[in-house]
Design a binder for this molecule. Sequence first.
Ligand SMILES: Cc1ncc(COP(=O)(O)O)c(C=O)c1O
Length: 426
Amino acid sequence: MNNLKDKKLDLPQEWPGALHYDEQEVEAVTRVVRAQSPFRFYGLDHQREVEQLEKEFAEYIGIKYCLGVSHGTAALQVALAAMGVGPGDEVLLPGYFWVSTVSAVVRSGAIPVLVDVDRSFNMDPEDMESKITKRTKAAIMVPMGGVIGQIVKVAEICKANNILLLEDCAQSSGASQFGKMAGSFGDMAIFSFQINKNITAGEGGAIVTNSEDLYKKAFSAHDLGYTKDAEGNWDTENKEYQFWGIGCRMSEITAAIVRVQLKKIGLITSSMRNFKHDLIEIISEYKGISSRHVADPAGDSGGFLKMIFENKEMSVKFKNGLIENGIKVRQGGFYPVHMHDWGLHIYSNIPALVGKKSICGHHSVWELQENDFAKDYKYDKGTLPVLDSFVERTTLFCIASKLSDEQKALIKQAFSSTCNSLLEPK
Ligand SMILES: Cc1ncc(COP(=O)(O)O)c(C=O)c1O
């Protein structure tokens, strides 16, 4: 076997869905282009790709309604609008997310309330419960990297307190927990099909719900602010479903690609999950390193391995050790990253949140009269001590969805060498 140190392993970028593109995606795009019908509602030879994807995706998640949208960030804004979240409301969310999660809350005019995480890096139900007030309208669970946390407990707490639960499953297409799919636990869920996600069309998103009412509201908000009747005409009479629309419809080309990707989702996620488990097996033989808690490893969609150390120094040494042992960090790729450098995924790294910036240059949502209660809320480092501590002590390793046997063997070798040189065996 080659020595990885001498070789520098040139790993593929970790874009899970895109690595599995082949002639099927080409055929799907071509079908729509040949039909000269890229718009979801009509065309010269309308293929109804978005409609079909909505049916297929709803069935896959095991939920009644699905709405295709242009991207995940818009999906979050539409879902919050459908839930009636606005000024005067508080929304609970973890401090580990993507900036889009919190920006959707702020854009809705509501106040984000940060909740600490448990060992799965998801919202901690206990801390969440302690932060409920009479103004709490919604909670957002964010299963990052396809690991679902204590969602059943969170859903129970939400139900008991009349709080709407939104799942931000942008990173969790194909993840499940004891047989129940990510996106089927809350009142609504959103998905993203952007390039870093498990299945991708470059951009794209979906909203799912079992509630006809929430679906209709989301439909209205995602389009022009009105629902449509069975013939496809605007229903401008029904006051309940009148909104200001975002115009974030999914295109037929996006849907055609995502439909192909959906057929491959099992292959994509199992390849990441299986290799992640191989790496967990290696590190589990050493002291001073552990991986994030996953309640149901069979439902983990793979993607990222988080390795938690006793302190920052060790976490950084381990990351550097992997690089020294040959794992090449490609430009634009992430492979080993110390979590501290994980940018806009961490609340305290988001200047607009810490600085409570406005949406449009006038006064911010924290200065609205309805949000007067929140004028002293803080979002800087120290707000979430458990997450802060994990961020200091954790290194991430991104798992590509397509690796050759040789690449896998070389990565394992790098992990074993790094463990051997830095840690004691159990
Ligand atoms: C957790 C999370 N939420 C929301 C989004 C936003 O999705 P999109 O990039 O499709 O707008 C992303 C993706 O980057 C994400 O990771």
